[in-house]
Design a protein around this ligand. Structure first.
Ligand code: NAP
Length: 291
């Protein structure tokens, strides 16, 4: 139904997602603030836009997969911004992780330009993005999400309809709260195992072969075993997302005690310069927490 797909943000997630759209036969134009990251996509047949505006002028629908609210605003605004390229209205699909309140504000702002926002963050990290097994947490006008379904399914294995605009981001807050707690929990367990002189391979094998064996822990096990943390989901994004979760909880009057404690861990890890490593690098500081 959509022929020309614009894709802005060629980071860890955006690159494989755009590649899967291209593989499925869509025409695609990609843009990235740092031009070099568009080269791998250009080499497999993607057009490269020099500005977000150019992407907006060319595409039928534009996907965003950038860091967060500041990055989205930077992409939208200015003379070379996406909004200038979409002066006749259109459809923007935000797949970046942002707070639900930002999403609702963005939808209202875009409406004044006759642009419809689809809120569609994803559950899953680099490997699911490569394997096209992400879960798309979509919210907004249902008929538009229906139109987008086949495009979404080039990147993911399932589209979950979450409700009115902003509820996809709300679902993502819930998912990432659990993710933050689970990774911190596994890291602390492995750190304790080290202090107890247990064999880490046996510890991880015991955890993974029992009721706590899950794909998340499987993805992190080798990193924890080898103490090397190449970024699949950078720790700086976990800290950012958990900050969004805490603020979102405050806005709706919810108490999230465990999330608050875990945020201290990630903030400490950031102070120790671990932000660009994978989120599982939180293990390096779990037993040396500072105030
Ligand atoms: P990433 O590798 O750090 O990429 C971030 C992207 O945002 C880059 O393309 C970057 O451009 C762009 N960007 C940042 N600031 C910008 C600005 N001011 N103007 C224009 N572009 C800007 O991040 P990622 O891991 O792909 O994550 C992207 C989004 O998906 C985030 O919201 C993240 O929370 C979410 N997410 C990530 C994962 C994961 O496992 N990695 C999983 C689910 C959801 P440059 O290259 O120029 O810096």
């Amino acid at each position: 139904m959509f022929k020309r797909v614009g894709f802005i943000g060629m980071g860890i997630m955006g690159q494989p997602m755009a590649r899967n759209i291209l593989k499925a036969g869509y025409e695609i134009m990609v843009y990235n603030r740092t031009y070099d990251k568009t080269i791998p996509l250009a080499m497999v047949g993607a057009r490269v836009g020099m500005t977000p505006r150019e992407v907006g002028e060319w595409a039928d629908v534009v996907m965003l997969m950038v860091t967060g609210p500041e990055a989205i605003d930077a992409v939208l605004d200015g003379d070379d911004g996406l909004l200038k390229g979409m002066s006749n209205g259109g459809l923007i699909v935000n797949m970046s992780t942002v707070p639900p309140s930002y999403t609702r504000g963005l939808a209202a702002r875009l409406k004044t330009y006759s642009i419809i926002l689809i809120d569609a963050p994803v559950s899953g990290s680099k490997k699911p993005a490569e394997d096209a097994t992400l879960i798309i947490l979509a919210s907004g006008p249902r008929e538009q999400i229906k139109r987008l379904e086949s495009l979404f399914l080039t990147m993911g294995k399932r589209v979950v309809y979450c409700g009115e605009t902003g509820q996809g981001s709300a679902m993502k807050m819930v998912v990432n709260l659990l993710l933050a707690v689970m990774v911190a929990g596994l890291s602390e367990a492995v750190s304790l195992a080290e202090d107890l002189d247990l064999d880490i391979e046996t510890v991880l094998d015991t955890i993974l072969s029992g009721p706590m064996g899950c794909s998340l822990f499987n993805l992190k096990a080798d990193m924890l075993k080898n103490d090397v943390f190449p970024p699949q989901f950078p720790l700086k994004h976990m800290a950012k997302d958990l900050g969004f979760v805490i603020n979102t909880a405050k806005e709706c009057g919810a108490d999230i005690f465990i999330g608050q404690s875990v945020l201290r861990l990630y903030d400490n890890a950031m102070k120790k310069g671990l932000g660009d490593q994978d989120v599982a690098a939180v293990k390096k500081i779990v037993n040396s927490l500072e105030d």
